[in-house]
Write a protein that binds this ligand. Structure first.
Ligand SMILES: C[S@@+](CC[C@H](N)C(=O)[O-])C[C@H]1O[C@@H](n2cnc3c(N)ncnc32)[C@H](O)[C@@H]1O
Length: 464
């Protein structure tokens, strides 16, 4: 049932106990009912007004802070309060790292039921606290006031677009390109896609780039093929931008006719230049298709991959099975330290890049496979010492966890951007003592947000 938006006239005083994994403050009213409040910090005393009232919980809007956390800072983004992207920008960076450690530990105790909590390292800080994102995906909508096309971010917990002209956590050059796209797109004659009426064309503007190579790609996600006049205008826009920014190596259209939240559809076409870009990590070069997954914080990803490779290959001669391999970035870090890697990826354009990247970086010890982890016949991959998994936010299918348990490798290295599904899956793997959790290494890949990337290292247990 849809909740009606309301703001109660009554002012309530609350003490904030802690933050939940979405970055909202958790507190209780006089009756013990839980109230969620965005924009607060643990230990603060605040005055709020309720905005929703449910049977078991309520949400509230911050009105005034009576007792302020000493590590509260002024957010540097002008859109911070409306945009849903950076949930904890009002905390100092050291406090953000402590909050993320708590999110992770809460997930392991509450969801994974893994007590006592042992082996958790501190969250490794990102080299950059802003300007780090190599990709921004901006939804497009028609402005309710002026009727013009708006490019921005979804407002917190809604599908209303907050128009922005820069995103301070994105690489500075992406903001410059965004300015050009915003200025030029109005003249292209392209209409925003409206998900309610299913009319219009343009769904998302995605800007991607290589932090090291400087290469930039614009991807316009469209519902269907534009007519020839609009196509011509888009090509002209790309040429105009390239005159000022020669590092813009391509503008591609991605076609997504499906309903729902998934940004990219299965088909991509370069309208101008190419539909891929290159990036360097350590001394390796990688090709990324316009729609392929990339870790958004390149410098910190390098450290993450190195740590995974160290854990997966503690000695010379290890054999590794890597599931959810993407374009093969982590694959190549693993290949550099192991005897043999079998790497599997499902998304077609990424499988092509994976194969190309392995040979581009001259690794002869990698077998790159296309297909889904659920359908892999584990008996065909040969003897394996370490299984490395880096699934999407939803985590691993139980069949994949079962197959890994049956294979019984010496260790499993689980890389995850979602503490809840990581804790769930690690809890399942440890339940029947197939595996034992040895340590968890969290990395901050997403400063200012409440997202946490972590590596869980599991050793073969007593029942295997
Ligand atoms: C979080 S990304 C990790 C990619 C890579 N390890 C990296 O760091 O770039 C997850 C990857 O798993 C792929 N994927 C999603 N579901 C899959 C499945 N069921 N089987 C195999 N790969 C899958 C996605 O296409 C994506 O490339």
């Amino acid at each position: 049932m849809k909740t009606k938006a309301y703001v109660s006239p009554e002012l309530i005083r609350l003490d904030i106990e802690k933050l939940d994994s979405q970055g909202d403050g958790i507190s209780r009213d006089a009756t013990g009912k839980i109230i969620f409040v965005p924009g607060v910090l643990p230990g603060e005393t605040v005055l709020v007004r309720k905005t929703t009232e449910k049977k078991d919980f309520a949400t509230a809007r911050l009105v005034e802070i009576e007792k302020t956390h000493p590590e509260r800072v002024k957010p540097f983004c002008p859109w911070h309060e409306r945009c849903g992207g950076c949930q904890i920008q009002h905390a100092s960076y050291p406090l953000q790292l402590m909050l993320k450690e708590q999110f992770l530990k809460d997930a392991f105790s509450r969801i994974g039921r893994m007590l006592p909590l042992e082996g958790f390292s501190r969250v490794a800080a990102s080299p950059l606290e802003s300007g780090y994102r190599n990709k921004i995906s901006l939804p497009v909508a028609r402005s309710e006031n002026s009727g013009t096309l708006e490019i921005g971010y979804f407002q917190k917990r809604s599908h209303r677009v907050v128009a922005i002209d820069r995103c301070p956590v994105a690489m500075p050059v992406l903001n410059e390109i965004l300015k050009e796209v915003r200025a030029g797109i109005a003249q292209v004659g392209i209409l925003p896609y409206d998900e309610r009426t299913r009319q219009g064309l343009l769904r998302h503007v995605v800007l991607r780039g290589g932090q090291e190579t400087g290469e930039i790609l614009i991807v316009l996600v469209v519902h269907h093929s534009p007519d020839p006049a609009i196509t011509k205008n888009i090509i002209c826009l790309a040429r105009r931008i390239r005159k000022r920014y020669p590092q813009l190596l391509g503008l591609a259209l991605n076609f997504n006719p499906a309903e729902g939240n998934v940004i990219f559809g299965p088909l991509t076409k370069a309208l101008s230049g190419r539909a891929f870009f290159y990036e360097r990590l350590a001394d390796l070069t990688f090709k990324f298709d316009a729609t392929s997954f990339a870790q958004v914080n390149t410098r910190q990803a390098e450290r993450l991959y190195q740590a995974v490779a160290n854990e997966a290959c503690p000695a010379i001669g290890e054999n590794v099975l890597e599931l959810y391999a993407g374009v093969g970035t982590l694959t190549c870090f693993l290949a550099a330290r192991s005897s043999r890697v079998v790497a599997l990826e499902e998304w077609g354009p990424s499988v092509d890049c994976l194969k190309e990247n392995v040979s581009r970086n001259s690794f002869k010890n990698v077998r790159a496979l296309g297909g889904s982890a659920e359908k892999l016949d584990f008996s065909t991959v040969g003897p394996i010492d370490s299984v490395v998994i880096d699934p999407p936010r939803s985590g691993c299918h139980p069949d994949v966890l079962d197959s890994i348990a049956q294979m019984s490798p010496r260790r499993v290295i689980y890389v995850s951007c979602n503490p809840s599904t990581l804790a769930r899956d690690v809890g399942l793997m440890c339940r029947e003592e197939h595996f034992r959790l040895r340590k968890v290494l969290p990395f901050d890949l997403f400063p200012q947000t409440c997202h946490v990337e972590s590596i869980a290292i599991l050793d073969r247990g007593s029942s295997s």
